[in-house]
Design a protein around this ligand. Structure first.
Ligand code: OXD
Ligand code: MN
Length: 602
C-alpha cells in the first residue's frame, strides 16, 4: 500500500503500473521485517546465496549474468532536449525517440513479477544538501543494495511531503539482453530509465545515474556541484580536522585514499584519517561562505579484487557484516567469499584449493581457459556493497547533513611519466584548468597503444549529465561565488610514476599521507614551494620521507622534477583535447592553456 498522498509520486507509480503491468506492487517501507522477508525470498529462488552467518553475518552473494558485469558507457545516454546540451563526451538520444523505444521495452516488462517502489534519499534524510528519488524495480537485488547504498523508507516520503522535487527512476531487468540494454538520463525531466541490466552500476539508480549525471545538471542550475570525488578528513595532532575532496578516474585507488591509514610515524604523532565518502561529493556554499561537502551515499560499492588487509584494511573490515557481494568467488566448504588479492591477507592460506568461481563453476588455482590462460575465480569488476557505518574510520560527521568544510580539491590520474608526484595550482581558475586536463595513460594491455592519455576531466567524463564545456564554466562560476580567502586550494597528484623497469617509484598507499601532509602545510601557510611553469611544486625537503625503506631524497627529486620538453608535448595534447569542446570551451581555460605554453617557452 502506498505510504504517501503525494500526487506526483502516486501519478508516477500509477503510470508505470499501467505500462509495466506488474502482478503486484510493494512499497519499500524501510522496516527490517520487510527486508528479512525479501532476503528469504531471494534465497529461496537462488537470486541470493547465503554466506557463512558466523564469520560473515548478514552477508549475501549474488551472481549477475556473465554478459552483465560492468557499467556500459556505450549504451548510456543523456537525453537532453537539445543535442548541444549533451556535449562531445556523452552519447545523445533525442528524448521523444528515447522514450518511445524505452516505453516499448517497458510495456509489460513486469508481467509475472513484483514492482518494488523504493523511496530513497541521497544524503541524510531532510538534510539541506540532500535530494530524494523514487526507484521502481523488479529486482530484489536492487532493493537490498539500495538499502545499503542509500537511505530508504517511509521517512523519505515524509521528508518529501507534497513536493514534486524527486527523481523518477525506472529499472526493469527484462531479459538482460545486452543488445537492448539502455541506461538513459533525462536531465530536464528528473528521470532515469535503465533496462536489460541487473548489474549494480547500471541499476542502483541513486549512484552514478542520479548522484552524478542528474545531480550535476541540477547543481549547474541551482549553484552547487555534484562531483566524482571522495571526501576525507585528516585530524592533526592539535585535533583540528582538515577536509579534502579528491577525484581520480577508475582504478587509481580512490577507495584506498579515502580510507588511508597513515604510516606509523604519523600515527604516533597523532594524525588520523576519517572517511566521509569514497566516490561522490555534493558540494554547496555554506552560511559562512565556505564550500561544504556531503557524501550522498550510505555505503560503499567497492571493487573486491586487490582488496586485502594490507592494501585497504578499512575497506575489508567494512565488508565483514551486512554486505552483499557481487560476482566474487565462493568457498563451498566454508561458505566464505574469495577474490584475487585476498591471498596476500594471510600468506599461509595462499589460494584456496577449491572454489566456485563467479559464474558458478568449480575452480582450482590450476584452472585455465581454452587458450591455456589462468582463469580468475572472481570477476575483475566483482564488488562489495557495504554499509558505510561498518567502516572503522568512518567520520563522525558522516551523518551531518550540513556537510564538512572543504579545504582542498585533489585531482589525479595514472601517469607513468611527465606529471610530478604533486603540484599545486596558483589560483581557482588554474585549479579548474588542472582538473580539466587530468586523465590516465593507457597501457598496452588495455588498448594496444601505449602512452596515449585518455583525458577524463575531474574524473567526470562518464558521469557529467550535460555539456562538459558548460560544466567547466560552472566550476569557474562556483569559484567566483566564493571569496578568495575561503576557496579550497587545488592540488594534482600522481602516485604512478614508473622507473626504467616499469616499477612504481612512489610507495603509495599509506605513504600518500606524506603528500597530504605537504598539502596540510600549504593550506596552513607553513611551507613555501617552488614556482614552476606548471604550478607550485614542493621543495624536496618539505616532503617527509622518514621511514620509507630504500627511498632517497634523490629519488623524491626525480619525481618532483618538471621535464619541460615532456610538458610541451602535454601542452599540445591539451590544446588538441580542448578543440573537442568548440566554442563551449570557456575563454578562461583557453587562456590557461596558452599561458602554460608561454611559461614553458620561457
Ligand atoms: C565506480 C566507477 O564504480 O567510478 O565507482 O567506475
Ligand atoms: Mn566511481
Amino acid at each position: 500500500m502506498a505510504n504517501t498522498t503525494n500526487k506526483k509520486v502516486l501519478e508516477f507509480v500509477e503510470s508505470r503500473v499501467q505500462l509495466c503491468k506488474p502482478d503486484k506492487v510493494v512499497w519499500i517501507t524501510g522496516e527490517k521485517e520487510q527486508y528479512d522477508a525479501l532476503t528469504k525470498e531471494a534465497l529461496s529462488t537462488g537470486e541470493m546465496i547465503e554466506l557463512n552467518q558466523k564469520t560473515l553475518p548478514g552477508c549475501l552473494l549474488h551472481r549477475t549474468n556473465p554478459n552483465d558485469v560492468a557499467r556500459v558507457e556505450g549504451r548510456t545516454f543523456i537525453c537532453s532536449r537539445k543535442e548541444e546540451d549533451c556535449g562531445p563526451t556523452n552519447n545523445w538520444w533525442e528524448p521523444k525517440q528515447a522514450y518511445a523505444k524505452l516505453e516499448s521495452i517497458l510495456d509489460g516488462a513486469y508481467k509475472g513479477r513484483t514492482m518494488y517502489v523504493i523511496p530513497f534519499s541521497m544524503g541524510p534524510v531532510g538534510g539541506p544538501i540532500s535530494k530524494i528519488g523514487i526507484e521502481l524495480t523488479d529486482s530484489i537485488y536492487v532493493v537490498l543494495n539500495m538499502r545499503i547504498m542509500t537511505r530508504v523508507g517511509n521517512n523519505v516520503l515524509e521528508a518529501l511531503g507534497d513536493s514534486n522535487d524527486f527523481v523518477r527512476g525506472t529499472h526493469a531487468k527484462c531479459q538482460i539482453d545486452p543488445e537492448e540494454r539502455y541506461i538513459c538520463q533525462f536531465p530536464e525531466d528528473n528521470a532515469i530509465i535503465s533496462v536489460n541490466s541487473g548489474y549494480g552500476g547500471n541499476v542502483l539508480l541513486g549512484k552514478k545515474c542520479f548522484a552524478l549525471r542528474i545531480a550535476s545538471y541540477q547543481g549547474k542550475n541551482e549553484m552547487w556541484m555534484a562531483e566524482h570525488m571522495l571526501i576525507l578528513g585528516i585530524e592533526k595532532p592539535n585535533k583540528e580536522i582538515v577536509y579534502m575532496c579528491a577525484a581520480f578516474p577508475s582504478a587509481c585507488g580512490k577507495t584506498n585514499l579515502a580510507m588511508l591509514i597513515p604510516p606509523e610515524g604519523y600515527r604516533k604523532a597523532g594524525y588520523r584519517v576519517f572517511t566521509v565518502g569514497d566516490d561522490i561529493s555534493w558540494i554547496k556554499k555554506g552560511p559562512d561562505g565556505r564550500l561544504y561537502a556531503i557524501n550522498p551515499e550510505n555505503g560503499f560499492f567497492g571493487v573486491a579484487p586487490g582488496t586485502n588487509s594490507h592494501s585497504n584494511y578499512n575497506a575489508l573490515a567494512s565488508t565483514r557484516k551486512n554486505t552483499i557481494f557481487t560476482n566474487v568467488a565462493l568457498n563451498p566448504e566454508t561458505k566464505e567469499v574469495w577474490w584475487e588479492g585476498l591471498e596476500k591477507d594471510d600468506p599461509e592460506k595462499k589460494k584456496p584449493a577449491h572454489l566456485i568461481d563467479w559464474i558458478g563453476r568449480p575452480w582450482t588455482p590450476d584452472t585455465v581457459d581454452a587458450d591455456g590462460k589462468p582463469v580468475k575465480a572472481a570477476h575483475p569488476n566483482s564488488r562489495f556493497t557495504a554499509p558505510a557505518i561498518n567502516c572503522p574510520c568512518i567520520s563522525p560527521e558522516f551523518e551531518n547533513g550540513n556537510g564538512v568544510p572543504i579545504s582542498a580539491f585533489i585531482f589525479g590520474g595514472r601517469r607513468p611519466s611527465t606529471v610530478p608526484l604533486v603540484y599545486q595550482a596558483t589560483s581557482w581558475e588554474h585549479g579548474v584548468f588542472i582538473g580539466s586536463i587530468m586523465g590516465s595513460e593507457t597501457t598496452a594491455a588495455a588498448t594496444g597503444q601505449v602512452g596515449v592519455v585518455r583525458r577524463d576531466p575531474m574524473a567526470m567524463r562518464p558521469f557529467c549529465g550535460y555539456h562538459m564545456g558548460d560544466y567547466f564554466q560552472h566550476w569557474l562560476d562556483m569559484g567566483k561565488s566564493v571569496d578568495v580567502d575561503k576557496q579550497p586550494k587545488f592540488f594534482n597528484v600522481n602516485w604512478f610514476r614508473v622507473d626504467e623497469n616499469g616499477n612504481f617509484i612512489w610507495p603509495g598507499f599509506g605513504d600518500n599521507m606524506r603528500v597530504l601532509d605537504w598539502m596540510l602545510k600549504r593550506i596552513a601557510g607553513e611551507v613555501d614551494a617552488v614556482e614552476t611553469p606548471i604550478g607550485y611544486v614542493p621543495n624536496a625537503d618539505d616532503i617527509n620521507i622518514d621511514g620509507i625503506e630504500g627511498f632517497t631524497k634523490d629519488t623524491l627529486k626525480s619525481i618532483l622534477a618538471i621535464d619541460k620538453d615532456a610538458w610541451k608535448v602535454e601542452a599540445d595534447g591539451i590544446k588538441e583535447f580542448y578543440k573537442s569542446f568548440g566554442d563551449k570551451l570557456p575563454k578562461e581555460l583557453a587562456k590557461q592553456a596558452d599561458a602554460l605554453k608561454d611559461r614553458l617557452a620561457k
